[in-house]
Design a protein around this ligand. Structure first.
Ligand code: ATP
Ligand code: SF4
Ligand code: MG
Length: 346
């Protein structure tokens, strides 16, 4: 359901997430299908994204990044918490959206997925793929639709001669450009970009990131930008959320997080960056020490303590809470005030 808010403050965030939880019940195989455990993929996560801002979400595989993005884009029903999206005076509370009738919300929030190969229907031409959201939402048809598709396709760096072609005749980078065009054709406010360059050749990743930045300024977009790669997050983000085992364990401005991490896990991710480029590997767990935790069997106390070089007795016994440090930062580490961790400088 959509509400109209009067006197809404100019600076109200485009996206507000409060105490979001997304749990997946794990069911026994067989007839009875008893629930034998619960995967807390996103567990009490709160943050905002403001207009024109990029909030980067970083963390190792399985920490809940995609689940978070899918909840925000209403591709998953959340278990608990609140998600609020604002566009001017219009306010969408995801609790009140109806699965069958959420076209207004879809115009505001769009998603770019990791894999441009499976995100495009192989039987649809570029014109149909990119024009479909306009048609489905009753926004344009016929010549007007073609003109709008031609316009956006050129803005993402393709040409009108591509409109009648099918996905198989494009490279990975070109396909991702088509996916970006499809996401932007409705003129959204917020784009959830889930690893949008991870499936692409390293040589064209920078091109795509620059394209996303250019389009952001052109359309005044806000991005929730998800990646396991610190170098990508570093390049794209204004603010950064660091996720570990379904929770935000540190957040702050890009510069603060890079120069002076407060959580040992963030320090570990930052140290991994040069090794990523030397080895040519894209996966953080290749270069960070230890394994991400099993979400069904989390360690006691601080869930990071088995991998943390600074862990003390208190870390094994007490769960640290996410708390404010100064105005703009949050961290969940017992020792945040006493540790002097190593950052990076650009
Ligand atoms: N549909 C689902 N049903 C059950 N469990 C799921 C589902 N989707 C995700 N999970 C589990 O939730 C956890 C978080 O998964 P998610 O895909 O959000 O992680 P991620 O951070 O995006 O990882 P990656 O970097 O590998 O993409 C994982 O343990 C995963 O197995
Ligand atoms: S609480 Fe302890 S184990 Fe956890 S990150 Fe901080 S120092 Fe390491
Ligand atoms: Mg993912």
């Amino acid at each position: 359901m959509e509400r109209v808010e009067t006197n809404s403050p100019e600076a109200a965030p485009v996206l507000e997430v409060r105490h979001l939880k997304k749990y997946f019940p794990l069911q026994q195989k067989g007839l009875l299908r008893r629930t034998i455990g619960v995967i807390k993929a996103v567990d009490d996560v709160s943050f905002v994204v403001r207009k024109g801002e990029t909030v980067g979400v970083i963390g190792e595989s399985g920490c809940g990044k995609t689940t978070l993005g899918r909840c925000v884009a209403y591709l998953y029903e959340k278990t608990d918490g609140e998600i609020i999206v604002r566009s001017g005076e219009r306010v969408f509370h995801l609790d009140e959206l109806n699965r069958g009738n959420n076209s207004e919300f879809r115009k505001i929030v769009q998603v770019i997925f990791q894999d441009p190969f499976s995100s495009l229907n192989p039987r649809m031409s570029v014109l149909r793929s990119v024009g479909e959201p306009l048609l489905v939402n009753g926004i344009a048809s016929g010549n007007e639709l073609e003109a709008r598709v031609a316009d956006i396709i050129q803005r993402v760096g393709l040409s009108v001669s591509h409109l009648q072609r099918f996905p198989h005749s494009f490279s990975g980078g070109q396909r991702q450009r088509i996916c970006i065009a499809r996401a932007l054709v409705l003129n959204p406010q917020l784009v959830v970009a889930d690893e949008p360059v991870s499936a692409l050749d390293v040589s064209i990743q920078a091109q795509m990131l620059n394209l996303l930045k250019d389009l952001q300024s052109e359309f005044d977009l806000s991005y929730l930008f998800i990646s396991h790669s610190m170098s990508v997050i570093r390049y794209m983000s204004d603010r950064i959320l660091v996720m570990y085992a379904g929770k935000i364990i540190e957040s702050g401005s890009r510069d603060d997080i890079l120069r002076q991490p407060l959580h040992p896990y963030t320090e570990m991710l930052l140290k991994a960056v040069p090794k990523v480029s030397r080895r040519g590997s894209g996966r953080l767990q290749d270069v960070t020490s230890g394994e991400p935790p099993d979400l069904l069997n989390l360690p006691s106390g601080c869930v990071f303590h088995l991998r943390c070089p600074y862990a003390k007795k208190v870390c094994r016994e007490e769960v640290p809470v996410l708390r404010a440090v100064g105005d703009q930062r949050q961290v969940s580490c017992h020792l945040a005030e006493e540790l002097v961790l190593q950052g990076v400088f650009d």
